[in-house]
Design a protein around this ligand. Structure first.
Ligand code: FES
Length: 56
């Protein structure tokens, strides 16, 4: 599923980036550009990040 429409970033891409060490919104934003344009994807990205960090 697309999370960030502005940059075409999917849930899978975000999860892979978290697995590879991006453990903050800033890191995800730097790596994938999520939240860098309209910001509408921030809440959904945060949710994915928090869910993944609980599992780690
Ligand atoms: Fe991610 Fe616009 S949807 S910055």
């Amino acid at each position: 599923m697309y999370v960030c429409i502005c940059h075409g970033v999917t849930t899978k891409k975000i999860e892979n980036a978290i697995d590879n060490g991006a453990h903050t919104m800033k890191q995800l934003s730097t790596e994938l550009n999520v939240g860098n344009q309209c910001g509408k994807c921030c809440q959904c990205t945060k949710k994915i990040l928090n869910n993944k960090l609980i599992q780690i």
